[in-house]
Design a protein. Structure first.
Length: 131
């Protein structure tokens, strides 16, 4: 079955789809939220970064580009494995604090790698390296 069907009786679960920035910020600030990204076409997967920066546990399919960007602090399941996604969501709901702590590490990692300061340092190293 589909993920919405499997989760239809979970009052904690809201399927949102595409949102305006104003609506998105409202949902990203809800307590005990989880960001689930099922997109196959998100190269950098900005929604995952947005969730992590708001200290939400994040989960997506195990696409190589997502793993290379977000590493070990982001939760992944096998691509198109709806049952695995369902069980991971339920595990996050049941063990929210542990996953929330993991999201703190992901947030820190994103800031270290992709903040304006981090990118400026990388650019300076590239531009001013000795040949």
């Amino acid at each position: 079955g589909s993920l919405p069907y499997q989760l239809k009786n979970q009052k904690e679960v809201i399927f949102l789809g595409r949102l305006s920035n104003k609506s998105k910020s409202r949902y990203l600030s809800l307590p005990n939220s989880i960001l689930v990204s099922t997109s196959y076409y998100e190269g950098f997967a900005i929604p995952i970064a947005e969730g992590a920066l708001n200290l939400l546990p994040t989960i997506s399919y195990n696409l190589p580009e997502i793993i290379s960007v977000y590493g070990n602090y982001h939760n992944v399941v096998k691509y198109k494995d709806v049952d695995a996604m369902y069980f991971k969501i339920m595990d996050i709901i049941k063990n929210y604090e542990a996953y929330h702590n993991k999201s703190r590490l992901l947030r820190k990692d994103i800031i270290l790698k992709y903040s304006i300061s981090a990118i400026n340092k990388k650019l300076k190293r590239i531009l001013y390296q000795d040949d």
